[in-house]
Write a protein of this length. Structure first.
Lengths: 293, 333
């Protein structure tokens, strides 16, 4: 299973043929306006500050590759299952063919699918991790994402190392119909095995995590750690509004709302996220303890 | 509390049902005539044959959207209608022992052909007041926490679990989000994946997304002939991907929601035939078919050990999905 050719830093030939537009969540201008405090920020300063507004602490969406780089120890990462690709099982077409949507997402995101699965170290601790790529079709979960998430859990079980999923997803991928729904069952079944075996699993909830991704492995962590103000919920706010025809309370379905109602263990600002994860993993019994290594 | 076994109510007629229903009304009128003659009997027989032929033809050519309409048919039997026919000595059990009782989720104990079972199912309402009380079959977190509690009860006493799926979806509302709808559905999936007793789930009407799946992870999953199962409602899919909920029929076709399509995708194990003209035309006949299918499933599952059941269930879901893998491993479940 462990094929070094799949390592993400040695990109395969196929991807080299495609334009490498590393789409950033932040527009690439010199200045970026903070949507929260409306200050014009130097984009370069913003990136240096982990895409967090230095004046009001607004957490901008972070490009997935940047997220991996700031989370995983340098040089420790090996990527897996790079070759698992969608096959359009329904022959789905709306205004566009599903297969064309996938191609377009590959070009714009520079990734093969909406999840990057890897093994590596966090502060010296071996982990198996999955990072959702929101830039790829809204991080939606179809067969490929479900399979890759399941393999993350299965490798963690096999190696007895902690599993982490960094979720950021609009939910199930409609273009794969019922097969997408079944990925919720498949991934949750893999969690059940991890839990029985006592292998730790941390669910990291990033903006936004909704629908079938929220209603499966994301809400089944030993710990639920969220970034500030992330939207987390089962139904999207618009769907709720259309159903109940009431306006939604301020802060509804944000991290702070979930913590207040008992569904998030802690809200951690981005600059403290890696250290918090490492602390939790050590407490859960993974890797060398602080001061012992 | 004795269970109700009402007759099929007088149901509204869908467009595509009308030609057959009109013939059947004509038959009823002719039969109601006092003076029977052999001519009249022949005439009745002739119209009956025409009605049956017409019904077979119409029902063999139903579009996905027409199936959605049948699955949502207001006269269609609901969970309690089936329980009244296939579960002996049923007692409904209430509440999640934590917050509330959700009457959109029925849970209880009883006997299926003499076998003690836990039964669960979403319940829609038939009249306005009951529809409201049952929240149109849209379950809230407390409903799923009740179903989980009863599954765990079944596990402790080693009895199988039967689930009937019929919901537009888990309730999307402020209170449901406050109480953790996502967590309730997620936990249900995990509980079902690791339950050490046989689970049989049947989609009897609308299999609406995660709200249905929360009682749908099973050793044997079946669908009634005219039931539908989907990741999002056709209206929801239409408004997001087709930019208009008017295009729900297209969305239903594109998502492959009908029983034969779901079977082909490897997500269900079996299709259970309904009464001719749909389950709402004959509750008893459809319930007999349902019972026969459940019986076959339990015969196969009950001899298995808890570990065998769990392993088989894991492998069943492990295989679901369709992808290609560079290096040659093509997979369509
Ligand atoms: Zn700011």
């Amino acid at each position: 299973m462990r094929d070094p050719n799949l390592a993400w830093y040695k990109r395969g030939k196929k991807e080299d043929d495609e334009p490498q537009s590393e789409k950033r969540s932040i527009p690439a201008g010199v200045f970026t306006k903070c949507p929260s405090c409306r200050q014009a920020l130097l984009t370069a300063d913003l990136h240096k500050n982990l895409d967090v507004c230095p004046s009001c602490d607004h957490h901008f969406a972070m490009a997935t590759r940047d997220r991996i780089a700031v989370t995983m120890d340098e040089g420790s990462v090996v990527e897996f299952d790079h070759g698992v690709e969608s096959m359009d099982p329904l022959g789905f077409r709306d205004s566009k063919r599903y297969s064309d949507r996938i191609k377009a997402s590959r070009r714009s995101s520079g990734e093969v699918e909406a999840l990057i699965a890897l093994a590596g170290r966090i502060d010296g601790i071996e982990v198996e991790a999955g990072f959702f790529v929101f830039e790829f079709m809204g991080g939606s979960m179809g067969s490929v994402v479900g399979e890759k998430v399941t393999r993350v859990f299965e490798r963690a079980l096999e190696r007895r190392v902690p599993a982490l999923i960094f979720a950021s997803s609009g939910g199930a991928r409609m273009q794969e119909g019922i097969l997408s729904l079944m990925q919720m069952a498949k991934t949750s079944a893999a969690i059940a095995r991890l839990r029985e075996a006592g292998v730790p699993y941390l669910s990291i909830l990033l903006h936004p995590t909704t629908g079938g991704v929220a209603a499966s492995f994301s809400m089944l962590g030993d710990l639920h750690i969220a970034e500030p103000r992330a939207l987390i919920g089962f139904a999207g706010p618009r769907v709720i509004q259309n159903t109940i025809r009431q306006s939604l309370p301020p802060g509804f379905q944000r991290s702070e709302f979930l913590q207040a109602h008992g569904f998030v263990d802690m809200i951690v600002p981005r600059r403290d996220l890696k250290a918090t994860i490492a602390h939790a993993l050590r407490w859960l019994g993974a890797g060398p303890r602080a001061g012992q290594s | 509390m004795p269970t109700r076994k009402e007759k099929a109510p007088e149901a509204p007629v869908l467009d595509f049902e009308r030609p057959v229903v009109e013939l059947q009304r004509k038959i009823a009128t002719l039969k109601g005539r006092s003076r029977a003659s052999s001519d009249l009997a022949r005439e009745i027989r002739r119209i009956e044959e025409r009605a049956e032929g017409l019904q077979r033809r119409i029902f063999s050519e139903l579009s996905p959207w027409q199936k959605v309409q049948l699955a949502r048919h207001p006269g269609r039997p609901y969970t309690l209608d089936y329980l009244a026919r296939i579960i002996g000595d049923f007692r409904e059990l209430h509440g999640d022992r934590s917050f509330a009782d959700d009457s959109a989720m029925i849970g209880g104990i009883g006997y299926f052909e003499g076998i003690p079972v836990v039964v669960l199912g979403q319940q829609k309402g038939r009249k306005t007041k009951e529809k409201l009380a049952r929240n149109l079959g849209m379950v809230k977190p407390e409903g799923y926490r009740k179903s989980m509690r009863l599954m765990q009860l079944a596990a402790r006493f080693r009895h199988p679990v039967l689930c009937l799926l019929d919901t537009p979806g888990a309730f999307p509302g402020i209170d449901a989000e406050e109480r953790g709808q996502a967590e309730a559905v997620a936990k249900s999936l995990e509980v079902m994946a690791s339950l050490p007793v046989p689970i049989v789930s049947v989609v009897i009407g609308e299999g609406g997304s995660g709200g249905a799946l929360a009682i749908g992870v099973a050793d044997r999953v079946m669908m009634l002939e005219n039931a539908v199962y989907s990741v999002i409602s056709p209206e929801g899919c239409a408004s997001i991907l087709f930019r208009s909920d008017e295009r729900k029929a297209e969305a239903a076709a594109a998502m492959k929601v009908t029983a034969p399509e779901i079977l082909r995708l490897g997500v269900i194990d079996e299709i259970i035939p309904e009464a001719p003209g749909g389950a709402h035309r004959d509750f008893d006949a459809t319930a007999r078919n349902l019972a026969a299918a459940i019986r076959r499933a339990l015969d196969e599952l009950m001899p298995l050990s808890p570990q065998e059941l769990k392993n088989r269930r894991y492998e069943k879901y492990r295989r679901m999905g369709a992808f290609v893998e560079a290096g040659g491993r093509d997979r369509l479940s």
